[in-house]
Design a protein around this ligand. Structure first.
Ligand code: 5GP
Length: 118
């Protein structure tokens, strides 16, 4: 897959507010936050979309959720609740093709309006 801006962040080629790193993942603040807390949690392995996750990546993907819960506890909002979401492809609005969890917290979170509903 083509290298994305997230690989540049991982390699410290462009700056980011990194809040967590281990041997297989990195977490940093979203540049355009949609909530008081908006972190992105990425695997260091370059995987473009959810559709590209292979059998051997199952533990890696689970690890991203473990990091989300760890950060929620350490940052003190685990008990208030939070949202963890991963976009996939055009209809989801995915813009960076290196899988990432969005970790959103710090306010009650709604869903986007669905105006086509009957
Ligand atoms: P997606 O829409 O692909 O699920 O989410 C990509 C996210 O990456 C967006 O929320 C966007 O604000 C964030 N983002 C894009 N470019 C950068 C960047 O250079 N630095 C940081 N920290 N976040 C970025």
């Amino acid at each position: 897959m083509a290298e994305t801006i997230f690989t540049k962040i991982m390699n410290r080629e462009i700056p980011a507010d990194i809040v967590y790193e281990d041997d297989i993942s990195l977490a940093f603040k979203d540049i355009n936050p949609q909530a008081p807390v908006h972190l992105l949690i990425i695997p260091k392995k370059e995987i473009a979309t959810i559709n590209d996750i292979e059998e051997g990546d199952r533990e890696l993907v689970g690890h991203l959720y473990w990091v989300a819960a760890k950060l929620a506890k350490e940052m003190g909002f685990a008990d208030d609740g939070y949202r963890v979401v991963m976009n996939c492809g055009e209809n989801s609005g995915q813009t960076v093709f290196h899988i990432h969890l969005h970790l959103l917290a710090g306010k009650p979170l709604g869903w986007p309006p669905y105006t086509d509903k009957l």
